[in-house]
Design a protein around this ligand. Structure first.
Ligand code: HEC
Ligand code: HEC
Length: 175
């Protein structure tokens, strides 16, 4: 009886180790298999695919549909010569600040960009938090996404595909 118990215990131990080993080999991934860049994670040798940003000058660009309601719109024109944005240089404002945009009849920054949301008041000029435009708006390149996306946005109004109103609806569902 003693030997049978011992034998059973040993079988259990062997099974347990076997299973544990199995689970680990299922979960563990080699560092070469992680990520989308086809080089090991620890390698510095990262090569980007060849791509070119769109070169259509501002004024001739074709605006891109918004990704979802009140998503930051993508930049529809060339930004050559406009980067980097610094404290003393921001070409975006020279066209998109409200008064400049009105003068040349182009789309202005929305109300949310000239508003101090912490103190809940309108401010003169662009809010500091919105000064670095390319933090949220990016120029586009003709390149296929590495990972496909089947997300379909649901716009409440047709006009929301081309226009934003974040400041007006910011408190929706809160008040
Ligand atoms: C010379 C004027 C000019 C400058 C400078 C400029 N833009 Fe534009 N921008 C335009 C015009 C005109 C459009 C309308 C569509 C087009 O021509 O691309 C536009 C479109 C856009 C759009 C798309 C708006 C929409 O409704 O989809 C974004 C976002 C944008 N610009 C951001 C920027 C940023 C960020 C910078 C600075 C890096 C910048 N722009 C510099 C004139 C300008
Ligand atoms: C912190 C992120 C962020 C920064 C920085 C930012 N934007 Fe935006 N922008 C947004 C978002 C989000 C929207 C859409 C929602 C809204 O605010 O109304 C938007 C909307 C816009 C629109 C579309 C306006 C409309 O009526 O549809 C323009 C043009 C624009 N931004 C230009 C700029 C420019 C130029 C700068 C730099 C001076 C800038 N943005 C900085 C996030 C940002």
């Amino acid at each position: 009886m003693k030997y049978i118990k011992l034998a059973l215990a040993m079988v259990c131990v062997v099974l347990f180790i076997g299973c544990a080993g199995d689970t680990q080999s299922n979960i563990a991934l080699d560092e070469d298999d992680i990520g989308l860049r086809n080089t090991p994670l620890t390698s510095e040798d990262v090569r980007l695919k060849d791509f070119a940003y769109i070169s259509t000058p501002a004024g001739e660009g074709k605006v891109v549909d918004r990704s979802f309601e009140n998503a930051p719109p993508m930049i529809s024109h060339d930004v050559t010569g406009m980067m980097d944005i610094t404290k003393d240089f921001n070409a975006c404002i020279s066209c998109h600040a409200p008064e400049n945009a009105a003068a040349i009849n182009i789309i202005s920054v929305p109300a949310s960009h000239t508003y101090d949301t912490f103190n809940d008041k309108k401010i003169d000029g662009i809010a500091d938090s919105r000064y670095n435009c390319t933090l949220c708006h990016s120029p586009q390149a003709n390149i296929a996404p590495i990972v496909g996306n089947t997300f379909k946005p649901d716009f409440r109004n047709e006009s929301d595909k081309r226009k934003s109103n974040l400041l007006d609806i910011l408190d929706e569902g809160v008040n």
